[in-house]
Design a protein around this ligand. Sequence first.
Ligand SMILES: *Cc1c(COP(=O)(O)O)cnc(C)c1O
Length: 397
Amino acid sequence: MSKHKVNKQPADATRCVHSGEDRHGQSAALTTPIAQTSVFVVPRVEDLRRYAKGDSDMYLYSRYANPTVTAAEEKIAALEGAEAAVATSSGMAAEMIAVLTACQAGDEIVSMLDIYGGTAKLFEQVFPRCGIKTRFVPHHDINNAARYFSRKTRMLFLESPTNPTLRCVDLTALCELGRKRKVCVVVDNTFATPVLQKPLELGADIVIHSATKYLGGHSDLTAGVLAGSKKWMDAARPVMILTGGCLDPGCAYLLLRGLKTLDVRVERACRNAARIAEMLRQHPKVARVYYPGLPDNESHELARRQMKDFGMMVSFDLRGGGRAAERFIDSLKLWYLAASLGGVESTVSYPVLTSHTGLSAKQLKLLGVSAATVRLSVGIEDSADLIADLEQALGKS
Ligand SMILES: *Cc1c(COP(=O)(O)O)cnc(C)c1O
């Protein structure tokens, strides 16, 4: 982004459009092309020798690095205020790589209990087989997180806001705890995006994303990313290379394209979400609304402090319970029932049958989720159209 070097600290909207894009030389393309190749030509043996010694940033093989993928990594690093980033094939791959970078057999992870369902299963079902155990901190005990640490703890894993109740945790305080205990603090920033929240500035070591969601933003790709200091990313990259969770260049192109509009998409979707939360709060069929932007929400003050706006997700409980939730969802015409989030399209999900399926009544209670809970991923359509559809479906619930 040579033209823009004049401005040392461009704002996020500018970074979205320009950071990471390599536009030098004559007849340079304005957009970063797809380097659709698995391998690169090495000019001379001497270049290979320099590469083998580690003093060359030449491209060799696309699983290691690829120019289109590098551009996406640099754009995301710029947005997160990170020295470097490593793109991955999915959000789950980013999590696996973060854990295998910071932990080894015999180590422990302390994690919030309210994390993405896939992450919880990865920690519960896969990592114990590698000798890495996780202790989960329920939300009501988050201020006592220090009690869950042992001499074996190597990682503190956080997510804010959470899914689907959109509770926030004090990232500054928890990062401080992690630093005191000399563990790697990882924050899943998928729901907030770097436009609303920058965990590295609040003290985190590594930020991870499911780039499948807001960073891509158009429900047309699966990708993930880790971002952080050069030291952490230099440690994470070989783990990515050797476990094979690399991002494909075609997908990196779509991710770059999606990222250009991240700031405007987030701005519009936040405005829509605030209006929708306000409508739901006043609706007689709605028992409770979960949205940190509402002044009486438990996370309101915290969200004000650590986020630029209150986010694009809104959840709520229907007064009529599970049956009403089902009728509501099936009556929607503009909102599609879909098990993801973060696209330009507004979608609805039903946590007890997707992210929280198979959990016991006790576990659901701890997480604050019931059959009456519906989660909305608010898109960028016109807010009046979105509200009209919600209102007609509530009428049938
Ligand atoms: C979707 C999601 C993930 C997993 O990402 P994939 O891209 O589906 O692998 C992790 N964390 C959060 C918060 C998510 O929403």
